[in-house]
Unconditional design. Structure first.
Length: 337
């Protein structure tokens, strides 16, 4: 069984320069036939029977493909099929391979039209000084130009980042509704302190480059699942400066999926909460206590508990939680008004 180790090929200034609207001279000199040939390769869609290794070599993901996967520190079975990607996500349930593949193909389609789908959060100089920062970046699915944005922090117990299940599928649905959506790949370990710093830095990055990215900074939202929900809620409670980044305005809404986060700040954003009835990692009773505390201080809050569902249900497709993302988008839209 052939295995590949997740080594990130970092085209140092190339991705960052695309953020700033700077062209790459070599790319500009590429012949039109070569460009068409490359575009044809980029256009190739994945299926549930695509091997992980082939996904990692797809030209749409060149330079950052390992960051699609959950684990930073484990070799990956190159022969594993995408329909078995759920085996990489031990804390998650209800992983739907069709939904995973559809979200990946959305990014492939965007890349095929020349859109940048991944942005490093930290500068080239920062990544050179601390190579671990190369693990951090934002996957971008565009909605309407100038629309507000959402940042999504997938879960994984601060051991891995479940973007395949709790990131890209959320972003595809959010962007399909017209909003801009970013999925954060953050550093794991250290009890979440690095992850919180990465989310704060990501927000600072988006605010700094909002014009180039084509997003409005008014009324943005933070979404998180499990560990990612703790990150989103912490920024909502304390702001970005608390975690070492430039201060940015607080989000208009926090969307929290199944986490036991308990802190309540002096002034909290509108908060939308979902959890499964049978969640043993983030028990509904724990989540209800925070919801009640938010309501007592006057925060607008919505709580949804879904029967027959355990932890890590993602979009909830095929369960009683199906459709919750649409409800959360509506809640966010009301918070913007």
């Amino acid at each position: 069984m052939k295995r590949i180790r997740q080594t990130i090929v970092s085209p140092a200034g190339l991705l960052l320069s695309s953020v700033l609207g700077m062209g790459d001279a070599a790319a500009q000199e590429t012949s039109q036939p070569a460009t068409r040939a490359m575009q044809q390769r980029v256009n190739v869609h994945l299926t549930v029977d695509t091997r992980i290794g082939d996904m990692l070599r797809h030209p749409a993901f060149a330079g950052f493909a390992p960051l699609l996967l959950p684990w930073d520190d484990r070799p990956v079975d190159e022969a594993l099929l995408l329909k078995d990607a759920g085996t990489l996500l031990p804390y998650h349930n209800n992983v739907d391979p069709g939904i995973v593949v559809a979200a990946l193909n959305r990014m492939i389609d965007d890349a095929a039209t020349g859109r940048t789908v991944f942005y490093p959060v930290y500068s080239a100089a920062q990544r050179q000084a601390d190579p671990e920062l190369g693990q951090v970046g934002l996957f971008f699915m565009r909605g309407k130009a100038g629309a507000p944005f959402a940042v999504i922090a997938p879960g994984g117990g601060f051991q891995y980042v479940g973007s395949l299940h709790e990131g890209f599928p959320y972003a595809a649905e959010i962007s399909g509704s017209g909003y801009n959506a970013f999925v954060l790949k953050y550093r794991v370990g250290a009890g979440g302190s690095k992850a919180n710093a990465d989310l704060a830095a990501a927000l600072s990055f988006i605010f700094q480059h909002a014009d180039q990215l084509g997003v409005s900074t008014r009324g943005y939202s933070l979404w998180g699942s499990s560990a990612g929900a703790r990150m989103a809620a912490a920024i909502g409670s304390y702001g970005t400066a608390r975690f070492g980044a430039n201060e940015t305005p607080r989000p208009s809404a926090i969307v929290m999926a199944y986490t036991a986060y308990a802190d309540v700040g002096k002034e909290e954003p509108a908060t939308f909460v979902v959890v499964g009835e049978h969640d043993r990692i983030a028990p509904p009773a724990v989540m209800r206590r925070r919801v009640d505390a938010l309501a007592r201080q006057g925060t607008r809050v919505a709580y949804h508990e879904y029967p027959g569902v355990a932890h890590g249900f993602g979009t909830g497709a095929g369960t009683s939680a199906a459709g919750w993302i649409g409800k959360a988008i509506h809640f966010w839209a009301q918070a913007i008004e």
